[in-house]
Design a protein around this ligand. Structure first.
Ligand code: HEM
Ligand code: SF4
Length: 548
């Protein structure tokens, strides 16, 4: 992973000093609320329902064991003993005292971490595939390109006051695990006639107005990555709406202009910078690539697990769901499920963080990844050690074999912490997890994404869950709208609303009805989403509302 040079370290250390001074002045009444707000937001501090929330940047989801131990310490000493993995691969603390945030940031700086640009109208943390660099279905490792974007976008003076926040995601595998089409800019790293470049999507996003991104460039040669990104964001900075916050994202501009006109404006803008000083050179790219060379893998061959799996069906089940084929023979990538029933999705305790750090050191070259589905990954596990690791993960409550299944629910903090929420999310997630706690039943249902957001900001991507749940407010009461048919991957699809919303106590019943209808109607081996696409919304709707 990338390690700071002395300039990076100085920038981060200086920022902590500035923020300490700003916070002290605010607490002493020398800065008003309005003066302090942009300063705290530039350092990842939101004021929430009960306490300030601190969002820490995890560049493209990569963490060292040392950083994890620091996060564990912060959770223990400054929070209620928990950290939360967000849907943008970041880490959030929900219960910090404002007074102690400068100390937290100082501690983070000692392990090369910060909270700069994790909020505000700037380019946010660039995200990617959690299996980047190791997965067998990968064409090109996207992480060096994410790092190049990170270095360029962090503190970029021109893009600190964009009309709205700006999110970039990069993917380099056959399967799109970074959901690039619902980002302001989505990049797919591709090779064409032996040349490396990017497919460029623009104007995707969820939230109040969900839109799928448009492909505006079929092949951008790698040398031009930064000048072209700059051209896109310049066009947005210039023409994006600033009069209405809800119409300010680039997706609205792309839609208003049409993708063709937007692409033409970008091409016109690009003329000024193409082949200019920001053009990437091989030396520069090699400098960044040097931080992402493969670890010291042993020369191994793939293992046949059939004997051990016959003896331990639980292990077989877990291996099927929670591991991913590795490009290095004899290795495998393992997902740690942070979705055990009765744990808020994505929450991880200080003790668990320390334990993951130990496992990373012992089994996975000292590195861990966070995923946009709010789980963690140990990416480089020797297959020969997989059984041993599974036993340890079981003890730590990380081995729920539900990755890709219904109970791997993505859920935002909702009404329990978030001041924007219309409704709670965490208890709804728990009621569904309890209803589908039987593993055989869960396995029989098969692949299914269920996402719950507490309001239309869509932090938990409810639009792109096969089943989406959205908290809505009806005359001061909490209700839940259900949507079906959302899907991720290249050719992402937005779900459609099933019908009138439901009370909290009815949500698990409704989900069960939907699942039963699917099970009764599926063709052999058909996934939920395929049955939905074959049959359409109407029969599901009739079934769910039949007796209401
Ligand atoms: C666990 C906590 C949170 C997570 C995981 C999270 C994540 C996200 C994500 C992924 C989106 C993107 C939707 C898109 O792509 O357009 C989003 C949107 C949004 N989030 Fe959060 N968020 C969290 C907490 C918060 C909090 C505490 C606030 C407010 C103080 C907030 C405010 C918003 C807003 C306003 C949007 C809509 C932005 C827009 O599309 O215009 N989020 N959040
Ligand atoms: S979706 Fe709404 S309720 Fe949930 S975290 Fe985002 S802003 Fe808060």
């Amino acid at each position: 992973m990338y390690t700071y040079d002395k300039y990076d370290q100085k920038i981060v250390d200086d920022r902590v000093k500035q923020f300490r001074d700003q916070t002290n002045r605010y607490l002493a009444g020398e800065l008003t609320e309005d003066e302090y707000r942009p300063l705290r937001l530039q350092n990842g501090v939101y004021i929430q329902r009960y306490a300030p929330m601190l969002r820490i940047a995890v560049p493209y989801g990569l963490l060292s064991s040392k950083q994890l131990r620091k996060l564990a310490n912060i959770a223990r000493n400054y929070d209620k003993g928990y950290a939360h993995v967000s849907t943008r691969q970041n880490i959030q603390f929900n219960w910090c005292e404002l007074e102690s945030i400068p100390d937290i940031l100082a501690e983070l700086a000692t392990v090369q971490m910060h909270a700069i640009q994790t909020s505000g109208n700037c380019i946010r943390n660039t995200t990617t595939d959690q299996f980047a660099g190791v997965t067998r279905d990968e064409a090109i490792d996207p992480r060096p390109w994410c790092e190049i974007i990170r270095q360029w976008s962090t503190l970029h003076p021109e893009f600190h006051h964009l009309p709205r926040k700006f999110k970039i995601a990069v993917n380099g595998a056959k399967q799109d695990r970074a959901i690039i089409e619902v980002h302001d800019i989505g990049l797919e790293v591709v090779r064409q006639n032996n040349e490396l470049g990017f497919k460029v999507y623009v104007g995707g996003g969820l939230g109040r107005t969900p839109i799928i991104g448009s492909l505006i460039n079929e092949f951008l040669p790698w040398q031009h990555l930064l000048t072209y990104l700059e051209a896109i964001i310049r066009v947005y900075n210039r023409y994006g709406r600033r009069d209405n916050k809800y119409k300010a994202r680039i997706k609205i501009l792309v839609k208003a202009l049409t993708p063709e006109v937007f692409a033409k404006k970008v091409a016109d803008e690009w003329v000024h910078s193409k082949n200019g000083p920001m053009t990437l050179t091989e030396t520069e790219v090699n400098r960044i690539h040097a931080n992402f060379i493969a670890p010291n893998y042993k020369q191994l061959t793939d293992i046949d697990f059939s004997d051990i799996e016959q003896q331990y069906p639980g292990f077989a089940r877990w291996r099927k769901q929670n591991t991913q084929a590795h490009k290095q023979p004899g290795y495998v990538a393992v997902t740690l499920s942070l979705k055990a029933t009765a744990t808020p999705p994505g929450d991880i305790s200080d003790k668990q963080l320390d334990a993951v750090a130990d496992l990373a050191d012992q089994y996975s070259f000292g590195e861990v990844r966070t995923t946009h589905q709010q789980n963690m990954v140990l990416a480089d596990i020797e297959q020969a050690k997989l059984f041993e690791l599974w036993q340890k993960l079981k003890e730590l409550n990380f081995a729920t074999p539900n990755i890709g299944l219904l109970t791997n629910i993505i859920s935002c903090p909702g009404g329990d912490f978030c001041s924007l929420a219309n409704a709670k999310s965490i208890p709804v997630a728990e009621s569904i997890q309890r209803r589908f706690d039987d593993l055989d039943y869960l396995f029989d249902i098969g692949e299914l994404d269920l996402n719950i957001s507490g309001c239309m900001n869509a932090c938990s991507h409810h639009h792109i869950g096969h089943i989406g749940i959205l908290g809505v407010d009806k005359k001061g009461e909490e209700f839940y709208q259900v949507s079906l048919g959302g899907n991720t991957g290249y050719h992402t699809v937005l779900g459609n609303v099933l019908g009138p919303s439901f009370a909290q106590e009815d949500v698990a019943d409704v989900i069960e009805k939907i699942i039963q209808f699917y099970l009764n109607n599926r063709h052999a081996d058909e996934r939920f989403i395929d049955t939905y696409q074959r049959m359409g919304m109407e029969p599901f709707k009739e079934h769910v509302y039949a007796n209401n």
